[in-house]
Design a protein around this ligand. Structure first.
Ligand SMILES: Nc1ncnc2c1ncn2[C@@H]1O[C@H](COP(=O)(O)OP(=O)(O)OP(=O)(O)O)[C@@H](O)[C@H]1O
Length: 836
């Protein structure tokens, strides 16, 4: 019976509630104060250990008798007179770490923990924590046995600690004393190379200078010996000596065969010959320096130059190391440090409108269900099952019709069902995509206000790691709807007046203000209505971007809008250039690289904030500036997503001449508030539905394929006021974010027309104008039989040449040249100027 059409009211799926105790603990853990206290505690413990360790080195002997007792005994007795500067506990801590563990290498524990404490307290890395940890542990393991090996003496054994001592002991048993030494030194050198990658150029330089030193020394000795012998030797002795030279030459030759090429050897000969003229002296030199035979030095010199040839390779590695060094030295780049004290607004600035509770009574549900069933039964449509899901403003009745019922039949009954339910805003979704059911959305008699506060406080928003998260509202399931503006990537908003557009824009702006630091996002606000966005003036120096010479950050004048849009196009081109130079594809990768200090600010790189352009009344702009506005907007919409410029455009006149094909094609994400006609709905969403919304923030979001009904978050003007006030009262940048300058429109006007680009009929046109003393385009058109565009260009050229005056609206331009004679003079002078 009644069982057949049972209603199952689905409880709204509100955000899952955590148990308060675990939530409280989590909150305590994430509380900044906990971090600060924890960080400070670690740092103080590090200082404590530093004093205890240092003192232990000087006082361990005196405290030894006490340290041989157990901790428990020492602490229980409490009457030990310790020499350690930190008393018995200090002595025991030092004993544990230094004596029992890694000797003086235990100081590295302090380094590890100091680094950790610093990170917890200041949220910045002093040294990379993971690397510091592993390198320190490895250093302790390698160097404590080495120190134990070096300081083997009875009273210095603490230097290597028990670990070092024991390892030495084991190694002695396996590889003997010398073997242990070799092994430990090798391990230490390998560690230094692996971790610090030192340059060996100093070694080669040292070897070279030592070599040169030897050479000088030998040369002096040789010279002295040569002089003495030359004086003493008789002619015959000289002959003997020549024989010896011959022998030495042979010897040298065989040495050369063994050690080096002939070329090398000859090089030595050539170098040395001019220095020593007498053959005897020369021979003497060779004879006495068999050891230093110059060849090894040449080889060393050659080695040196080889080293320098390999330098570029090493430099490459160094630059890599240098990059890491930068991150090591300064930590990662943090764009928020410019305003380090900046505090995000708290949720308490937002009002709670008591939303989030299911406010539809059982009677209402029952009544609506009965009406739906009866209406459908009038048209002989049987229902198998019906299920209600209560949303903030509408309840969705999901129907599974009896087998054989055609969906199109139900769809066609939309108006009849609406009539019998006597309710505004009924929407039929037949079928609901992916569910195989038919949905009938019926407005609740008591719609809920979705407070922005509940959206901002939602876990979904708070824990989102989207680039530009925006909390738009709640779905029919009462779930918070958070989406990423960066992925949209632009948003078109339309709706009849008073249906919630401005509130929607504010909700988006507020979402971004709650999630992004002033260094990460900038807004360009265009408000031709002059009153909607004025509140955001207060955050000009924090969050707004404007042209450098503009006074007002919020743009209300159409001319300035065109200039600003052109400036944004320039900014876009600049950013693309920066991305190209950095070898990345989008702003996310670019900023990540910049943060890692891989991009040099001296080469024009900088951290790029996202830029969000908000236009509150687009129709007004299109009416007054037409193509001038449409073109840059379309260009930005097409290209700007990768470089972080996103557009949000709102209009209350969603007609085809405002939302043109070009605009539509580039705004896949569109929001429709209630509109007055189906045609308007089609213009925005490419489908009906927006005309059946109930207003007051009820909206449809189309993201290409999907159409989602949402109740927009409500944020009232006083709330926005408080938020902007809160932000505005904090320390700010000296001025708003500067957009690139754009050349003035006058600059591109007639004054800059290239003379060589003049129309061939320029002179003829000038004569016509001067003869008739009438500066009109239509005159040129008529007399020279030209089209309007060409005639218009010629008039611009005439203005640039000073023949006619500037444009004066509907009046003809003033002719500045009185007669033909003056004109000929002027033209002649110009021709001469060009020739020179
Ligand atoms: N999400 C919402 N929840 C509840 N009420 C809303 C919501 N959005 C708008 N309203 C109500 O509708 C009124 C008009 O909204 P809003 O000012 O945003 O309309 P609008 O479309 O911007 O109108 P106009 O185009 O004339 O500026 C608000 O004052 C508010 O009372």
């Amino acid at each position: 019976m009644a069982k057949k059409n049972r209603i199952k009211a689905t409880k709204s799926k509100a955000e899952p509630k955590k148990s308060t105790s675990s939530g409280g603990f989590k909150q305590l853990l994430s509380d900044q104060r906990t971090h600060r206290i924890g960080g400070l505690l670690i740092l103080f413990l590090c200082i404590y250990c530093l004093i205890a360790f240092t003192s232990f080195i000087f006082t361990w002997k005196a405290d030894q008798s006490m340290l041989s007792d157990s901790w428990y005994a020492v602490l229980r007795e409490g009457n030990y007179d310790a020499e350690n500067w930190l008393g018995p506990l200090g002595a025991m801590v030092g004993h544990l770490f230094i004596h029992n563990w890694f000797g003086v290498m235990s100081f590295l524990f302090i380094l590890i923990f100091f680094n950790l404490g610093f990170k917890v307290l200041f949220k910045k890395n002093l040294l990379p924590p993971v690397k510091t940890f592993f390198v320190s542990i490895l250093a302790m393991v390698i160097f404590s046995p080495l120190l134990a090996f070096v300081f083997r003496a009875e009273n210095a054994q603490f230097v290597g600690g028990a670990f070092g001592y024991e390892l030495n002991h084991t190694l002695y048993g396996v590889v003997g004393q010398i073997g242990t030494g070799i092994l430990l030194f090798f391990a230490a050198i390998a560690f230094i190379i692996a971790v610090f990658n030192p340059s060996f150029s100093w070694l080669s330089k040292m070897a070279t200078s030592v070599g040169l030193g030897f050479e000088n020394m030998f040369t002096k000795v040789k010279n002295r010996a040569t002089e003495a012998r030359a004086a003493a030797l008789e002619e015959d002795e000289k002959e003997d000596f020549q024989d010896t030279i011959g022998e030495m030459d042979d010897f040298k030759q065989s040495a050369a065969d063994l050690a080096m090429s002939d070329d090398d050897f000859e090089a030595v000969e050539i170098v040395e010959k001019p220095k020593k003229k007498p053959a005897v002296a020369d021979a003497e030199l060779e004879m006495e320096t068999t050891v230093a035979e110059a060849e090894p030095e040449v080889a060393a010199a050659d080695d040196d130059s080889e080293f320098s040839v390999e330098m570029p390779k090493q430099e490459k590695e160094l630059s890599e190391a240098e990059l890491n060094q930068k991150v090591k030295d300064f930590g990662e780049y943090d764009p928020t440090l410019d305003l380090a004290q900046y505090r995000m607004p708290g949720v308490d600035l937002l009002q709670d409108y008591g939303g989030g509770k299911v406010t539809v009574s059982k009677e209402e549900l029952e009544e609506n269900k009965n009406k739906i069933v009866t209406t459908l039964s009038h048209y002989k449509i049987g229902i198998e099952k019906i299920k209600a899901t209560i949303g903030p403003t509408v309840t969705l009745y999901e129907i599974i019709p009896e087998p054989g019922v055609r969906i199109s039949k139900i769809k066609n009954l939309e108006d009849d069902i609406a009539l019998s339910l006597a309710a505004l805003g009924i929407r039929i979704i037949a079928p609901i995509p992916g569910r195989g059911t038919i949905g009938i959305e019926v407005p609740n008699s008591n719609p809920d206000i979705v407070s922005m506060r509940s959206l901002i406080a939602s876990e979904k928003f708070q824990n989102s790691n989207m680039e530009l998260p925006i909390a738009l509202g709640k779905t029919i399931n009462n779930e918070s709807f958070v989406t990423d503006l960066a992925k949209m990537p632009h948003l078109l908003m339309a709706g009849a007046t008073g249906q919630g557009k401005s509130v929607g824009l504010n909700a988006i702006l507020v979402s971004l203000l709650y999630k992004k630091h002033p260094s990460q996002i900038k807004f360009v606000l265009v408000d031709p209505k002059k009153v909607e966005l004025t509140l955001f003036n207060k955050i000009e120096r924090h969050y707004l971007a404007k042209l450098p010479d503009e006074e007002e950050a919020i743009i209300t004048d159409t001319k300035k809008v065109v200039k600003t849009l052109n400036s944004l196009c320039i900014e876009m081109d600049n950013r693309y250039e920066m991305l190209k130079n950095a070898g990345v594809r989008n702003i996310k990768e670019y900023n990540a690289k910049f943060i890692k200090r891989r991009l040099n600010p001296e080469k024009g790189h900088a951290y790029l904030p996202y830029i969000v352009l908000v236009v509150d009344e687009f129709a007004d702009l299109i009416m007054t500036a037409g193509k001038e506005v449409e073109t840059p907007i379309a260009r930005l919409a097409q290209l700007a997503r990768a470089i972080g410029i996103h557009l949000i455009i709102a209009t209350q006149r969603p007609s085809v001449n405002i939302i043109t094909g070009v605009i539509k094609a580039n705004f896949p994400a569109r929001i429709a508030f209630r509109v007055s006609s189906k045609i308007d709905s089609r213009t925005i969403l490419d489908s009906g539905g927006a005309d059946q919304l109930i207003g007051r923030g009820d909206m449809l979001l189309s993201t290409g394929n999907d159409l989602i009904r949402l109740q927009c978050g409500f944020v009232d003007t006083p709330e926005v006021d408080e938020i902007t006030e809160f932000i505005g009262n904090q320390r700010a940048y000296p001025h708003a974010f500067d957009l690139p300058e754009v050349a003035d429109e006058e600059g591109s006007g007639p004054g800059e027309i290239d003379l060589s680009d003049r129309d061939v009929l320029f002179e003829d046109a000038a004569r016509v104008i001067v003869m008739n003393q009438q500066g009109s385009t239509s005159l040129i058109q008529r007399k020279l039989k030209l089209g309007y565009n060409r005639a218009g260009r010629i008039v611009d050229q005439l203005e640039a040449a000073g023949i006619v005056g500037p444009f004066e609206g509907s009046k003809a331009r003033q002719v500045l040249v009185p007669d033909e004679y003056s004109l000929e003079q002027l033209l002649k002078a110009e021709t001469e100027n060009i020739e020179n």
